[in-house]
Every structure is written in structure tokens, then in C-alpha cells.
Design a protein around this ligand. Structure first.
Ligand SMILES: Cc1cc2nc3c(=O)[nH]c(=O)nc-3n(C[C@H](O)[C@H](O)[C@H](O)COP(=O)(O)O)c2cc1C
Length: 484
């Protein structure tokens, strides 16, 4: 095994749960810290509108290689001392297939700063995570992250066969393209997104490091597909099981839901590790692997290591609000924490794990009191309109709007606005006419497995506590081994 691979990958957790602070804390310990790249343009714009507490965004912006662009973004979003409480956040325009340019710039800058800050003060690698389904921001996002020297790009929630080639092009500041999935597209429709770095560069730059690419997948078939069809090198796989936090791959085959309304996973969803090993590509196991015992088990099965999310999501350095951490960890201490795999909450149509928290949209009363609105739009589906153009719709938007765009009414049932919920989780809730958005927290199935990480009588632990515990035990795995 290549000794420069990490043993522990701190999984990407959107939006900004795995922010620059968490990734920095993990990477400086010699494991792989991964920032979430999801909706970073929005997160960045809100941090600036909150007055950039601590001046971190400003510091990162200072190192962005194109100063005029950095200045434009700063001027557009920064509010000295922050917006007034109760004042709504100003929103960037929503992405479309061809831009708009101001959002591409914001996206590039935001991805740069997140990675820059995650790398600050140590010489270890840092990764960034994207969801394949959130396609519109892909190209400017990856370019921004690469300008900051991101070492790994990890991508799940889709089949990212065209990402390796994008990374190859962007490393040379070359034109990159990506096929936008458009429902109902016909032969001859232009569905290709194009990004030309030279239209944005203010000066020439040396070629960038091409990051390693890890595909996050849940089946042997997908591993094979990636290796056969990818348009460039796939450097490894994260094999994520159905107990993992965040989105999950749907079960294979048509299974009825369980009594509690959750998807049921079976033998067909089990990944054959023996077969996977035969592919000769490094892999990490994810989904309930956050313990020293499971780490040893993964290594014994031939994995390069593990990817862990849930245990990191509730540590001091994560972006979740202190209130959510405390409430949920108190539930863990009491042995009462509950997680549900919701088959319909996410407009992506993938099952999504939801922690039951009073006052969040996991609860029916909070959900039904929320006026349906789609004003961030990251999970919108692109579709072919009657005129042959590309339209965008989200199954969590107002039903009449969705149906007017040709969406099926039944698809809207139980859908939740993840975009606004995830912003509220990290302390940037939108306010509209006095209504304040509530969070929607996700975690892996076994939240109660967090208990061993909590100090006696307390709920506060650090990323270093997690890494040290995972690496502890009688047959401690190899020392952290990422090279600086
Ligand atoms: C709060 C949270 C948010 C997550 N968001 C993402 C995400 O944006 N992209 C992704 O690929 N995986 C996401 N995940 C999955 C993690 O990266 C990781 O694979 C998973 O948590 C591992 O399983 P575990 O939760 O049992 O440790 C998320 C997990 C959590 C707990």
C-alpha cells in the first residue's frame, strides 16, 4: 500500500459541517481532513454578511491568486459588523448551466478559501468532498479548490465517471466540460457545461497539482463501472454502507419499506470486499467504522483505512451549531438519540438520514409549519422545457410551481428543503418575514456509538480525541503516515 495514503479519512460533511477548522484539525494530525465543497458559495456569502468574525475569510481571500476577483467578491458580500438580527441574508443568484459569471467567481473564491484555511499552518494534505448530483457548481468549485492546492477530491451521490478527466484539464488551466443531467433531454440538445479558466485568470500560473480522485460508492458494480468508464485515473474508492450519515445509496431491488417507513437493506447491498481487493485499487470503508475495533477490522479486510463522519460531526471543531451538538449529545448520554433513514426527505431522491431533534424539521409540526419555498436551489433537477430550453425544478418547492414545471405531484410528498435546513444547522438560518429557518441534522445510524468518545460527565471532545481514540488499542495500526 502506498504509504502516503491516510488511514483515517474524516468524511466530507455538508454543508460546512466539515468546514476548514475541522479539516485543518484532522490533517495536522497526519490523517486526511476533508472540507465539504457543497454550497460553499452560499456559506461564504453568509459568513461575509455576518461580518466575517475572526477575519478568517479575509485572510484566505488575501492569498487568492486573482486579486481583482477577490475584491469584487468582498465588495459584493461583506457587511462590516454583520447584518442586523432579523435582516434576511442576501442570496447569490442560483447557478444555471452557463453561469452566471458572478456566481462562478464567488464559487471559485469560496472553494479556494476553504481549502486554503484547511491547509494553513501545517504541511499535510487536505481533501474536498462534492456530491455528484449537485452538478451546476462542479467546474468552478474544483478549479478554486485546486488553486488552493487541494490534494484529494472525493465524490459520491452519483456516478462521477467524468470527474477524473475534469481534474486533468483543470490542472493545466485547460477548458473543462461536464455533462449536465437534463431530464427529457433529446439528441442534439446542448447539455454540456463548459468552464474556461483563462476567462477568469488575471495572470499566468504554473500547472496545478492534479488531486487524487476517490469515488464514494456502495457496490462492486459501481467500482467496476468507474474503472472501466472513467475518463481519467480513479485513485481509490470509499465504500460507504447504508448506516453512514448523510445520503445513502438506495437499496438494490424493490423492497417494501420497514414498519417505521425506512428503506430495508439486504444481502444484495453488501459489498464483496474480496472482489473489491482483486481490482487492486486502494479502498476505505465507511458507515459505522468509527471505532478502533472497526478500524482494525477494515485493515484486516485489506482496506487502506476507514472514512468516518458521525463521530467527527459532533466534535468541537465541526461547523454544527453548539446548540445542536449539545442537544444531540445529551440524547446520546441518555441513550435516547434517534436517527431515521428518510426515503423521501431529500429532493435528490436518495435516502437521507435524519436525527430526531425537537425544533428541527425532523419533527412533523415544525415541517408542516414551514412555508414551502425554494430559494437556494442546489438540489434542483434540470429538465427540458416545452420550448426545448433547460428549466430547473426542486421537488421541495411549492407544489403548484413544481407541477407547473412538469413535475409529478406525488414526487413532492414529504420532501424537505435540505438547502435551508443545512444552512440553519451551521448557524446561518435564513429569515423571511419573521420566519426563521430550522435545521435538519443528519448522522449515521448508531448515534449512541458516540458515547465512548464523550468525557465522563461531559459532551465536549475534539477532533484529536477522535483520531487518538481510533488509532488506540492493543494492536494499534501503523502510525499516522501522510507525508508533509
Ligand atoms: C453530518 C454529516 C454530513 C454528511 N455529508 C456528506 C456530504 O456532503 N457528502 C458525502 O459524500 N458524504 C457525507 N456524509 C457521509 C460522511 O462523509 C461519511 O462517509 C459517513 O459519515 C461515514 O459513516 P459514519 O457516519 O457511520 O461515520 C455526511 C455525514 C454526516 C454525519
Amino acid at each position: 500500500m502506498d504509504s502516503t495514503f491516510p488511514i483515517i479519512i474524516q468524511g466530507g460533511m455538508g454543508a460546512a459541517v466539515s468546514d476548514w477548522r475541522l479539516a485543518n484539525a484532522v490533517s495536522r494530525l497526519g490523517q486526511l481532513g476533508v472540507v465539504s465543497g457543497t454550497a460553499l458559495d452560499q456559506v461564504f456569502a453568509r459568513r461575509l454578511q455576518d461580518g466575517d468574525p475572526g477575519g478568517h475569510m479575509r485572510r484566505g481571500l488575501h492569498y487568492f491568486p486573482f486579486p481583482q476577483m477577490a475584491q469584487r467578491v468582498w465588495n459584493a458580500w461583506f457587511i462590516p459588523d454583520g447584518k442586523r438580527p432579523g435582516q434576511p441574508y442576501k442570496r447569490p443568484l442560483m447557478f444555471t448551466k452557463d453561469g452566471p459569471r458572478e456566481v462562478q467567481e464567488l464559487c471559485m473564491v469560496a472553494n479556494f478559501v476553504e481549502v486554503y484555511l484547511a491547509r494553513e499552518g501545517h504541511g499535510y494534505p487536505v481533501g474536498i468532498n462534492y456530491l455528484e448530483k449537485v452538478q451546476l457548481p462542479h467546474l468552478p468549485s474544483m478549479y478554486g479548490a485546486m488553486l488552493a492546492g487541494v490534494a484529494y477530491v472525493l465524490m459520491g451521490a452519483g456516478i462521477p465517471v467524468k470527474i477524473p478527466g475534469v481534474l486533468d484539464c483543470l490542472a493545466l488551466h485547460g477548458r473543462a466540460t461536464y455533462p449536465l443531467q437534463v431530464t427529457g433531454a433529446q439528441d442534439g440538445d446542448d447539455t454540456t457545461m463548459t468552464f474556461e479558466p483563462r476567462e477568469f485568470m488575471e495572470r499566468d500560473l504554473a500547472p496545478l497539482v492534479r488531486p487524487r480522485f476517490l469515488a464514494i460508492i456502495a457496490s462492486n458494480t459501481l467500482a467496476l463501472t468507474m474503472l472501466k468508464r472513467a475518463n481519467g485515473k480513479v485513485d481509490g474508492f470509499v465504500i460507504e454502507g447504508p448506516t453512514a450519515g448523510g445520503h445513502n445509496a438506495p437499496p438494490r431491488g424493490k423492497q417494501p419499506l420497514s414498519e417505521s417507513g425506512e428503506p430495508v437493506y439486504g444481502e444484495r447491498d453488501r459489498v464483496d470486499l474480496e472482489k473489491l481487493r482483486e481490482l487492486g485499487v486502494p479502498f476505505w470503508l465507511a458507515g459505522g467504522y468509527g471505532s478502533p475495533e472497526k478500524l482494525r477490522e477494515a485493515l484486516a479486510a485489506g482496506a487502506a483505512g476507514i472514512q468516518v463522519g458521525t463521530v467527527f460531526a459532533f466534535c468541537t471543531e465541526s461547523g454544527l451549531t453548539a446548540e445542536y451538538k449539545q442537544t444531540i449529545l445529551e440524547g446520546v448520554v441518555a441513550g435516547e438519540a434517534r436517527v431515521m433513514t428518510d426515503p423521501v426527505a431529500s429532493p435528490t431522491n436518495f435516502p437521507f438520514k435524519v436525527v430526531r431533534v425537537a425544533g428541527s424539521t425532523s419533527e412533523a409540526d415544525v415541517y408542516s409549519a414551514r412555508p414551502r419555498i425554494c430559494d437556494l436551489g442546489y438540489l434542483r433537477e434540470a429538465y427540458r422545457t416545452g420550448e426545448g430550453t433547460i428549466g430547473y425544478r426542486c421537488s421541495a418547492e411549492p407544489v403548484t410551481t413544481y407541477v407547473a414545471k412538469g413535475g409529478k405531484p406525488e414526487t413532492t410528498a414529504g420532501r424537505k428543503c435540505l438547502c435551508n435546513g443545512l444552512m440553519a444547522n451551521i448557524g446561518h438560518p435564513q429569515v423571511r418575514n419573521g420566519y426563521v429557518e430550522h435545521g435538519l441534522v443528519t448522522s449515521g445510524n448508531d448515534l449512541n456509538a458516540l458515547a465512548p468518545f464523550l468525557p465522563a460527565g461531559g459532551c465536549i471532545y475534539s477532533a484529536a480525541d477522535v483520531v487518538n481514540k481510533l488509532m488506540s488499542g492493543p494492536e494499534s495500526p501503523r502510525e499516522p503516515r501522510l507525508s508533509a
